[in-house]
Design a protein around this ligand. Sequence first.
Ligand SMILES: CC(C)(COP(=O)(O)OP(=O)(O)OC[C@H]1O[C@@H](n2cnc3c(N)ncnc32)[C@H](O)[C@@H]1OP(=O)(O)O)[C@@H](O)C(=O)NCCC(=O)NCCS
Length: 153
Amino acid sequence: MSAVLKQEPRLVAMRESDLLEVLAIENAIYSHPWTRGNFADSLRAGYQCWTWRGGSNLLGYFVMLVAAGEGHLLNLSIAAACQRRGHGSTLLAETMRMARGRGALQVFLEVRPSNGGAKALYSRFGFRQVAVRPGYYPAQAGREDALVLTLAL
Ligand SMILES: CC(C)(COP(=O)(O)OP(=O)(O)OC[C@H]1O[C@@H](n2cnc3c(N)ncnc32)[C@H](O)[C@@H]1OP(=O)(O)O)[C@@H](O)C(=O)NCCC(=O)NCCS
């Protein structure tokens, strides 16, 4: 019987050819997902766009802008079937390592007040709320605020 090798997940630079898979996850886990154009623009703009792959399976991804000493985490997502297994924590730690490596002293991100899971993850990492952007997100009924969180690196 041949042994089944379990491959440790790894970061792989996101490419346009990943976008079908990325969008399948994105559309499954968000009420208001990013569009293909949002990802394509981020790739074209040279943002940090990375996939998190276990073997050939896409487990998650992130998009981050690092400029002028600040990281702005724009998207961090883990496939529904892979959540609550530590992947989000590992990927978040990777974003911070990458931001630090590119000279960022602080990371910012926005989160919906209704997103309890993400808020719990960020607070575990020491993120604190510094601002509220009123009506930032589209929501089922009207708009939803964004909480702006930051962490010093
Ligand atoms: C938020 C998200 C990235 C977390 O990824 P994950 O792989 O599930 O996270 P982890 O397994 O590393 O969880 C770490 C900790 O975060 C907290 N957490 C994560 N998801 C949670 C949830 N749904 N409810 C409550 N706490 C949660 C817990 O404290 C958890 O530790 P525990 O499992 O030991 O209790 C993932 O749920 C996701 O992609 N959600 C949809 C997209 C999204 O909301 N992205 C963030 C937008 S700002």
